[in-house]
Design a protein around this ligand. Structure first.
Ligand code: GTR
Length: 334
C-alpha cells in the first residue's frame, strides 16, 4: 500500500514537473501581441506599408512579435493615439508630424508652412542627420521613430471658390489638425480655423460647420471630402513627414536582435509606402477630377509665403533653442 502510494506520488510529481516545463517552454515562445494604430482605410499606401511591416516582423522574429494593424482610426483620434503610444497602451503607429507639435515642440519645425521646397527635399532632410535629431526629440517623449513616410503636399480645398490669392481665404471656416500653429496659419490668411478630428471633417463639410480643409490628394479622395468640397487649390503649404513609430516601452523590451529586425522592417515599409504614394497621388488626383473637382494652380505662392513670416518669427521667439534646427533644415535644401 505504502509503496503504491509512494509510486503514485512520484508519478504525480513527474506529471507536475513535465507540466511545469511545458508551461515554461510555452511562456518563452509566447508571442508579444502588438497593437498598431492607423487612421487610414486598408487600401491606402500607408496602410499597405504597415501591413507589410507587421508581416515582416512576425516572420523574421519567428512569431515572437505579432503586430496587428487597426485601420480606419478605430483605436481613436490621432492626438489620443499619440498619448496611448507614448504610455505603451498602443505598441506602434503611423503618425503625421502635424498633430505631434503640441507634444514634441521640435517637430513643429516640420509644420512651419513652406519649410520644405518639395517632397524630395523633405525625404533627403529626414533621411539624414537632421531626421535623427527629430527622432531624438520624439524618443524623449517615448516614441521611437524607425522610419519616415511621405504624405505629399497639403493644399487648401473648400466648397465655395478657387483660392488663388491669400485674400481668397478671407472669412473661410477651415478645418485644421490639432496644432495651434495651423490656427495661426489660417488666421494670417484671414480665415477662421477650426481644429477638428479627421473623422469629423466629412460631416462638418456637408453640414456647413466648416467651408473647407487642407490635405494631400490621397486623403482628400479617400476621406470622401472631394464629394462635398469641389475646389482644390494647389497652395502646397505643408509637406509633412510621417513616422512609423514604436512605443518606447515596447522597444526597450526587445532583444538587440529583435530591435534590428523591427527597424529593418520599418525601413522597408517606408520604401514601399513612398513608392505606393506616388501611384496613389496620381490615381486620387484623377479620381477627384473625374468627379468634377476643379483643381487650380496657385501662380504666386510667394504671396502666401509672405503671410507666413509672423509664424516663423513667433516660433523662433518662443523657442530660441530650436532656431538652429530651423536654419539647418533650410540650409540642407540650398
Ligand atoms: C492625413 C494624414 C493623417 C491625418 C490627416 C488629417 O494626410 O496622413 O495622419 O493627419 O491627414 O488631416 O488629420
Amino acid at each position: 500500500m505504502l509503496t503504491n502510494k509512494i509510486i503514485k506520488t512520484s508519478r504525480t510529481l513527474k506529471v507536475f514537473a513535465l507540466a511545469g516545463i511545458a508551461s515554461a517552454v510555452s511562456m518563452s515562445v509566447q508571442a508579444e501581441q502588438w497593437r498598431g494604430w492607423n487612421i487610414h482605410p486598408p487600401s491606402y499606401p500607408n496602410s499597405m506599408a504597415l501591413e507589410s511591416f507587421a508581416e515582416e516582423v512576425a516572420e523574421n522574429t519567428d512569431g515572437r512579435i505579432e503586430p496587428k494593424v487597426y485601420h480606419n482610426g478605430v483605436l481613436g483620434a490621432q492626438p489620443d493615439a499619440i498619448e496611448q503610444t507614448r504610455n505603451g497602451a498602443l505598441n506602434f503607429a503611423n503618425f503625421n508630424m502635424g498633430p505631434m507639435g503640441p507634444i514634441v515642440p521640435a517637430t513643429n519645425i516640420l509644420s512651419l508652412p513652406f519649410i520644405f521646397q518639395s517632397p524630395d527635399d523633405m525625404y533627403r532632410v529626414m533621411d539624414g542627420d537632421i531626421g535623427e535629431r527629430f527622432a531624438e526629440a520624439l524618443e524623449e517623449k517615448n516614441l521611437v521613430a524607425l522610419s519616415w513616410f511621405g504624405s505629399g503636399a497639403r493644399s487648401l480645398y473648400n466648397t465655395d471658390h478657387p483660392v488663388t490669392t491669400p485674400g481668397d481665404v478671407e472669412g473661410l471656416k477651415v478645418r485644421v489638425m490639432n496644432n495651434d500653429l495651423y490656427v495661426q496659419m489660417i488666421d494670417e490668411l484671414g480665415g477662421n480655423a477650426t481644429p477638428m478630428a479627421y473623422s469629423e471633417v466629412y460631416q462638418s463639410l456637408k453640414t456647413g460647420v466648416i467651408d473647407g480643409a487642407e490635405n494631400n490628394y490621397p486623403s482628400f479622395e479617400s476621406s470622401g471630402h472631394y464629394e462635398v468640397a469641389k475646389y482644390y487649390s494647389l497652395t502646397e503649404h505643408l509637406i509633412l513627414p510621417e513616422c512609423l513609430c514604436v512605443a518606447k516601452s515596447s522597444w526597450d523590451e526587445l532583444s538587440e536582435q529583435d530591435q534590428g529586425i523591427v527597424r529593418e522592417a520599418a525601413q522597408n515599409a517606408a520604401v514601399e509606402q513612398r513608392r505606393l504614394w506616388e501611384e496613389r497621388a496620381e490615381t486620387s488626383r484623377q479620381r477627384v477630377l473625374d468627379d468634377g473637382v476643379e483643381i487650380n494652380e496657385v501662380a504666386d505662392k510667394s504671396a502666401f509665403q509672405a503671410e507666413m513670416q509672423p509664424i516663423y518669427d513667433d516660433f523662433v521667439a518662443s523657442h530660441p533653442d530650436l532656431e538652429a534646427l530651423v536654419e539647418d533644415v533650410r540650409a540642407a535644401q540650398e
